[in-house]
Design a protein around this ligand. Structure first.
Ligand code: NAI
Ligand code: MG
Length: 357
C-alpha cells in the first residue's frame, strides 16, 4: 500500500530544511520498504509569487488527497507589505482549518547532549520529555460573539467568547488519551474549572472518557498551577491536554525549557489521524540561503509523521535515535553550537542523520 506525502517547503529556510528531512524520509522509505510516494507543491510566499494566492485550490486538493503533509515554514519580509488577506500565513491557516486539524501536538524534549541550552538547572530538566496536546480549532480564539463595542455610557468594551461543545472536547480528549496510551499512560488535563464554566464541562467530559482508557491515569490541574509546575518540576508531566489558549501559552513555555527552537517539531491532526507536520519555528529570513539552519526540527517532524499518521513507531524511534547519535558525535548547527563541538552545515547535519540510520 502506498502512502501519499505532500511536501510543502515554503519560504526562507523552508526549502533547505525540508530537503534534509526528505533525505531522511527517502532513506527510511528504502530501508523499511514503507511505500511512501512524494509530491511537492508551493505554499506561502512561494505560492503568491507563482499563483497570486498563498494556497492555490490545486494545492488544497493535493493536501486533501494526501495521507500526510510535511511543511517547512512560510513568510518573510518580501511579502510583509501585502494585504493581510493574501499574506503567506493565511495559506497555512486556511490549510489547517480546511483540513480540520484540531489536535496540535507539541513535544518538548530535552536532548541530554543539549542540557546546557535550557534556562533551568540540569537536574530539573534532564530527561525532559513532555507532549502537549492543544485544541487548535475552537475555544476563545474562534468563539462568537467577539469584538469591540461601545456601551451606553460611551465607554468601549472588548469581548470574546470562551466556549467548547461536548463533541469538541470529546474529540481532543480521545486524541490525548490515545497519545497517552502510546507513551507513559499518564494524562494531565489542564483547565480553570474553579472560574470558567466552559472548563467545568471540559473536566466533566474528560472524566467521562477516562473509563474507555483504563490503563491511563487521568488527573486535572488548574492552568495557573500547571504554569508553575512546568517551571518548578516539569518532569512530573507526560501528556498534557488543554484548550486552544491555555495550550498556546503552556506549549511555548514548555518548548523553551528545552532552549533551542531549531529542535522542536509539531503535528496537527484531524479526527482520522491525518496530519500536517512542521517545525515550531518560522522561516528565519535572517539566515535563509546560507546553509546554516538547523534541519533537526523538520527531521523530527517527519519522525512524528511516521509515528502518528503512518503508524510506523519503530521507524520513528530509529530516526529519533539517529538524531541522538549525531548529537553524541558532537555535530552541531550554529544555533546549538557550544564549546568543543563541531559546527556543521544544514546539509551535513542531514547527511549525518542519514548515515546514523
Ligand atoms: P523564526 O522562528 O523564523 O526565527 C526566530 C529566530 O530563530 C531567528 O533568529 C532565526 O534565525 C532562528 N531560527 C529559527 N529557526 C531556526 C533553525 N531551524 N535553525 C537555526 N535558527 C533558527 O521567527 P520570526 O523571525 O519571528 O519569523 C520569521 C518569519 O517566519 C515571519 O515571516 C513569520 O511570520 C514566519 N513564521 C512562520 C511560521 C510557520 O511557518 N509556521 C511560524 C512562525 C513564524
Ligand atoms: Mg504561540
Amino acid at each position: 500500500m502506498t502512502k501519499k506525502i505532500l511536501i510543502l517547503p515554503g519560504d526562507g529556510i523552508g526549502p533547505e530544511i525540508v530537503a534534509e528531512a526528505r533525505k531522511v524520509l527517502d532513506k527510511v522509505n528504502a530501508q523499511y520498504d514503507l511505500g511512501l510516494c512524494f509530491e511537492e507543491d508551493l505554499l506561502g510566499g512561494a505560492a503568491i509569487d507563482q499563483h497570486g494566492v498563498p494556497l492555490a485550490d490545486s494545492t488544497l486538493d493535493k493536501a486533501r488527497a494526501a495521507d500526510a503533509i510535511l511543511m517547512g515554514s512560510v513568510g518573510g519580509p518580501k511579502w510583509d507589505k501585502l494585504d493581510r488577506a493574501i499574506r503567506p500565513e493565511k495559506g497555512l491557516l486556511k490549510l489547517r482549518s480546511s483540513l480540520q486539524l484540531f489536535a496540535n501536538l507539541r513535544p518538548a524534549i530535552l536532548y541530554p547532549q543539549l542540557a546546557d541550552a535550557s534556562s533551568l538547572k540540569p537536574e530539573v530538566v534532564a530527561g525532559l520529555d513532555i507532549l502537549i496536546v492543544r485544541e487548535l480549532t475552537g475555544g476563545i480564539y474562534f468563539g462568537e460573539p467577539r469584538g469591540i463595542r461601545t456601551l451606553e455610557n460611551g465607554e468601549r468594551e472588548g469581548f470574546n467568547t470562551y466556549k467548547y461543545s461536548e463533541s469538541e472536547i470529546e474529540r481532543i480528549g480521545r486524541n490525548a488519551f490515545e497519545m497517552a496510551m502510546k507513551r507513559n499512560k499518564r494524562l494531565v488535563s489542564v483547565d480553570k474549572a474553579n472560574v470558567l464554566e466552559a472548563t467545568v464541562l471540559w473536566r466533566e467530559v474528560m472524566d467521562r472518557l477516562a473509563p474507555d482508557y483504563p490503563e491511563v491515569t487521568l488527573s486535572h490541574m488548574y492552568v495557573d498551577n500547571a504554569a508553575m509546575q512546568l517551571v518548578r518540576a516539569p518532569k512530573q508531566f507526560d501528556v498534557m491536554v488543554t484548550g486552544n489558549m491555555f495550550g498556546d501559552i503552556l506549549s511555548d513555555a514548555a518548548a523553551m525549557l528545552t532552549g533551542s527552537i531549531g529542535m522542536l517539531p509539531s503535528a496537527s491532526l484531524d479526527k482520522n489521524g491525518r496530519g500536517l507536520y512542521e517545525p515550531c519555528h518560522g522561516s528565519a529570513p535572517d539566515i535563509a540561503g546560507q546553509g546554516i539552519a538547523n534541519p533537526l526540527a523538520t527531521i523530527l517532524s517527519a519522525s512524528m509523521m511516521l509515528r502518528y499518521t503512518l503508524n510506523q513507531p519503530a521507524v520513528a524511534d530509529a530516526i529519533e535515535l539517529a538524531v541522538s547519535k549525531v548529537l553524541d558525535q558532537g555535530l552541531r548547527t550554529a544555533d546549538i553550537m557550544s564549546a568543543g563541538m563541531v559546527q556543521v552545515s544544514t546539509a551535513a547535519m542531514g547527511d549525518a542523520v542519514v548515515a546514523a540510520l
